[in-house]
Write a protein that binds this ligand. Sequence first.
Ligand SMILES: [Zn+2]
Length: 391
Amino acid sequence: MLTGVRYWSKPGYTRIVVDLEGTPEFTTNVLPSDAKSGLPPRIYLDIKKIRPAPNLVEKTQVEDGLLRQVRAARFDPTTMRVVLDLVAYHSYKTFTLPDPYRIVVDVYGDEKAVLSAAPGPELRAAPPAEVKPAPPPAKIPAPLVAKKPVEVPRKTPMSGPAAGLRRIVVDAGHGGKDPGAVGPSGLKEKNITLALAKLLKTELERELGCQVILTRDRDVFIPLEERTAIANKVGADLFISVHANASHNKSAYGVETYYLNFSKNDKAAAVAARENGTSLKQVGDLELILFDLMANAKINESSRLAAEIQNSLVRDLKREYPDVRDLGVKQGPFYVLVGATMPSVLVEAAFISHKREETRLASRAFQQQTSAAIVKGVLNYASALRQVASK
Ligand SMILES: [Zn+2]
């Protein structure tokens, strides 16, 4: 059953999600614009052996400069056709997400449109139905070249946004019906990630003078594809997803930071499977299409950001907690990072499945130290950016 169409957009980028029940097969096709009949270019999906939900909205107006509208209608007795009526586009990517099954189409405009794209005002986490089209673009202030030294003393805010980091999206993993991993004493990952995200917002805003947007600021479920879409929509300069790790091996502990790429080992694949809410096989399937999806990913920047955050976490936490284990920077196919157009990382702060680390995760002191260390990592990343920019 085809139950609905959702979308998020900003200038030069639109993400469309087709919500389905079951796992129907589909094909994707493109029709070029037809000057003779005055028809615009179209992307369409033919979804087989499926029927529309009784309350399906057949036409969704988008009108964001890239996409005019999305139409869903029966093509033949067993096929639904979803048509994206475009105004113009440069490229598009399609991938699927399981449970519930949905098709994600990311449409990109030309480079110029993307570069001149301006973010809209602050966006709070909202249930899908409340997501509104992007507001009209606002003027971006000229980049500010900060003259502060590399080490910024704490509690001394910079005079303005650091090295072009004007807007950071912090994503508290899981939420609502998805508790994430649960510790031996019953501590839920979703509550820890929210506490960490709120601390990060306050600290990043104070230390970097930038705006921080949370994908959620309360205990609410947000689908993975919406989290990245929020970051793209608001034109974020960085995307940081915070999590707590878990393993069947109850003695596993430590801190690790991920960025989007092919998983290089089984452990990374297992972490991705857990965070994606999928099986290992589905992680393998995602890797098969990842080649195509990586075109817009900022891999080098993401790996640098991950390294700065990981180094800072290990160095700073070791002072208080000498037994902190450095599991290093890793790569994996995380759904929440797929399609992000800015440097983006996923931090696994500690193992909630490990008794000692579960106790730590629950303590305010550990949360504050973890958050402060991540902020320092972001500051170091920004400083390196500034040095590159001033050369
Ligand atoms: Zn998680």
